[in-house]
Write a protein that binds this ligand. Structure first.
Ligand code: ARG
Length: 292
């Protein structure tokens, strides 16, 4: 495994919006100018890569596969912690063809020493990677979204694979079809989240674990800007162009916001976080053992 902050991207060579499996996806808008959209997507990708470099990441860019446009969202491909990657199982047939090329990508990362092991989930449940299973470094556990995409049982499977606590949160709307659309833990212990996305039980769970002073409530406008779908490292937050509300809120808490125009990807229901996958996350127990 690697101890440098390392983040995976997948090049948008084969990216497009040609089907619709979430309410944000707009194949019609893409089809009006596919070449122009693709050009814009390439430029947005380069801007994201640069912002992640500025945030201090070593960026690994892998190639996607023809006919699998959503591979550009590697957050959905696996959950990674302590050098171990657990590969995703996609709910929709449109994305299942990503499983084999992603398995090859993770095997390659293992061969290059960026991961120690690559594991698969038991049959019979869906799990869409770090998009639905987010490591909270301040609290030392995963938060797992379930409902629209990942299954409830996947949260328990993840707890077994990683030997870590997993707090399952039911997602109540198709608009927030992955947890990362509506929930983002920050390095200072704050959690940026959109309350209407969650079931009452999930909201109680969040509010029991995150004190009021650390809860940042996103507005519907923030959600529409895909601002909750952010990549955070230390005091830097990388996100697609945001709202005055969040710019002020994060700024007053000492965060520096790097904004990138990711509109070609928002047309597929994605923002900065889901276009990435952290490869270097380490749990508290492993960190302690390494220090001992
Ligand atoms: N079009 C993709 C899908 O519907 C977008 C995935 C965005 N990923 C995320 N983690 N939010 O699956």
């Amino acid at each position: 495994m690697t101890d440098r902050p390392t983040i995976l991207l997948v090049a948008p060579t084969f990216y497009d919006v040609s089907y619709s499996i979430n309410p944000w996806m707009d194949p019609g808008a893409w089809a009006r100018d596919p070449r122009g959209m693709h050009r814009r997507a390439m430029a947005s990708f380069d801007a994201l890569r640069e912002a992640l470099g500025t945030a201090g990441f070593q960026v690994e860019v892998m190639e996607g596969a023809p006919g699998q446009p959503d591979m550009v969202f590697p957050a959905n491909a696996a959950v990674v912690l302590d050098g171990k990657a657990v590969l995703a199982r996609f709910r929709y047939p449109q994305r299942r063809g990503e499983e084999a090329p992603f398995a090859a990508i993770f095997e390659d990362l293992r061969a290059r020493g960026l991961l120690d092991s690559v594991e698969t989930l038991p049959e019979g449940c869906y799990q869409e990677g770090a998009g639905d299973c987010i490591w909270d470094a301040s609290r030392g556990h995963f938060w797992a979204g379930f409902g629209p995409r990942s299954s409830r049982e996947a949260a328990d499977a993840m707890a077994r694979h990683f030997g870590q606590e997993v707090v399952a949160l039911e997602l109540a709307t198709e608009q927030s079809y992955h947890l990362d659309v509506c929930f983002c833990p920050l390095a200072g212990g704050e959690v940026l989240y959109y309350p209407p996305a969650f079931s009452p039980a999930a909201l109680r769970e969040i509010r029991a674990r995150v004190p009021a002073a650390q809860r940042i409530e996103a507005t519907e406008d923030d959600l529409r800007h895909f601002s909750v779908n952010a990549v955070n490292r230390g005091d830097t937050v990388v996100m697609t162009h945001t709202t005055p509300h969040l710019r002020t809120e994060l700024g007053s808490r000492g965060y520096r916001v790097l904004e990138v125009d990711l509109s070609p990807y928002m047309m597929s229901g994605g923002g900065a976080y889901c276009m990435t996958l952290r490869l270097d996350r380490v749990s508290t127990s492993v960190r302690r053992a390494a220090a001992a």
